[in-house]
Design a protein around this ligand. Structure first.
Ligand code: 2IT
Length: 450
């Protein structure tokens, strides 16, 4: 980076840090974008001097609310609810809800900020948002999850709507939770509308939405591998997590002839040399529904090795796809992956790699694809669900999958356009940030200072 650009990035980061001093996750998401987008702005008179980045880092609105509910023992519980409505320049606010113990304002601002660029990349008209609560489904009963979800929607409902803000799922919010959230919204508003995506197929949901995030990750990985003259067919893949994203990745890797040999939880990882396939894939869904948040039962049921407290990145594989949570993959993991001659790392989760890990991977010229490009298939099919809801019809699974594949290949082309470096290496981070930025920035400039 040129010296003048470096100091522009530093000045901007000092400004953002001073305004958001206690938000490390948010600051690191902003830094990832600023380092690639500020030099681009500096070189483009159209964007220079318009304070676009200063406007972008300020959410249009943050809603924080009390979520009181009664547990099975009759005790009153209090959680905190949030919706960060970050940017609506290119469409209604859109982004998931996360129910997890680590949720706080910084985490949701990081996710909402990422969502602006991700949604822009899909080419569909969706602004950026994120929400959730510090509630964890771990150890909760079905009835407790229902009461909490209802209590959460009792406040959120007045801030969302099919043309205003359309939430979906994320960690801890799957089909079950979305059902309870949708039921309460419908009761309060007396309206059956497409206010949430990821709905069940029988009540307004899109086919393939549950699979979409993971399928999209693998479509993107395949496009990037093809660009290198390779294919995922025959490859061994290390995956972390065992939730929605991992599940979709496993299914699509299998379909394309690859093999996923690891899954993980907060308790460690399993190594399955035969590959996660057949009934093992369905078992992932049962593990998720058990609300225990551990992977060990997989090893016990299928007689494979379990490595307590370890991460899958120590395995010698062809490709690594972290699908669990932010910052799960650090610089030591990056060094291990480089040493093991892994082809690259494709992010299934949102920012699973730390800043230092990304640097090491890219410096060593390994393939690196950021989540905002690779996992955009989830929100893309959410966008397709909104279209189907607006038209009051439902496309076939084949139709949705075909459109998803097309969207991911389109994102790949677009990121390639801005990410190709003079030495032929593709900086997908740079490509995704700039391609995502341009559409939002153009819309903001057109709409004036609002
Ligand atoms: O991180 C994400 O892109 C999501 N959790 C999905 C958001 C959505 O609105 O489908």
């Amino acid at each position: 980076m040129a010296q003048k650009h470096m100091s522009a990035v530093k000045d901007f980061m000092d400004y953002v840090t001073a305004r958001n001093p206690h938000e490390p996750e948010f600051l690191s998401a902003v830094r990832e974008v600023a380092e690639t987008v500020i030099p681009f702005i500096e070189e483009n008179p159209k964007y220079k001097g318009k304070k676009i980045m200063e406007r972008l880092v300020e959410p249009e609105r943050v809603i924080m609310f009390r979520v009181p509910w009664v547990d099975d023992k009759g005790e009153i519980q209090v959680n905190r609810g949030y919706r960060v409505q970050f940017n609506s320049a290119i469409g209604p606010y859109k982004g998931g809800l996360r129910f997890h113990s680590t949720v706080n304002l910084s985490v949701l601002k990081f996710l909402g900020f990422e969502q602006i660029f991700k949604n822009s990349l899909t080419s569909l008209p969706m602004g950026g948002a994120k929400g959730g609560s510090d509630f964890s489904v771990r150890g909760k009963t079905e009835a407790e999850i229902m009461r909490f979800s209802q209590a959460f929607m009792q406040e959120l409902f007045r801030h969302i709507g099919p043309d205003t803000d359309v939430p979906a799922g994320d960690i801890g919010v799957g089909g079950r939770e979305l059902g309870y959230l949708f039921g309460m919204y419908k009761k309060l508003k007396n309206e059956f509308t497409g206010v949430l995506t990821g709905k069940g197929a029988a009540w307004g949901g899109s086919l393939i939405r549950p699979e979409a995030t993971g399928y999209g990750v693998v479509y993107f990985a395949e496009a990037a591998l093809n660009h290198m003259g390779k294919t995922i067919k025959g490859m061994e893949v290390a995956v972390s997590g065992f939730g929605n994203v991992s599940w979709g990745v496993v299914k699509k890797v299998n379909q394309l002839g690859g093999k996923v040999v690891t899954l993980s939880g907060p308790d460690g990882y399993i190594y399955d040399p035969d590959g996660v396939k057949g009934e093992k894939v369905d078992f992932m869904l049962r593990l998720r529904a058990s609300n225990q948040d551990i992977i060990r039962p997989y090893a016990e049921k299928f007689g494979v090795e379990f490595f307590p407290g370890k991460k899958p990145w120590e395995r010698k594989v062809d490709l690594a796809i972290p699908c669990a949570i932010q910052n799960e993959f650090d610089e030591n993991d990056a060094r291990m992956v480089v040493q093991n001659k892994v082809i690259g790392v494709v992010e299934g989760a949102n920012m699973p790699l730390t800043h230092e890990a990304v640097q090491i991977i890219q410096e060593n010229r390994l393939l690196y694809v950021p989540g905002k490009a690779a996992n955009a298939g989830g929100v893309a099919v959410s966008g397709l669900e909104m279209s189907q809801n607006a038209m009051h019809l439902q496309w076939s699974a084949e139709e949705v999958d075909r459109r998803l594949k097309q969207i991911m290949e389109n994102i790949h082309r677009n990121t390639l356009k801005y990410g190709m470096l003079p030495d032929g290496y593709v900086d997908y981070k740079k490509g995704a940030n700039i391609a995502g930025f341009i559409k939002v920035a153009d819309a903001m400039l057109a709409q004036g200072v609002v």
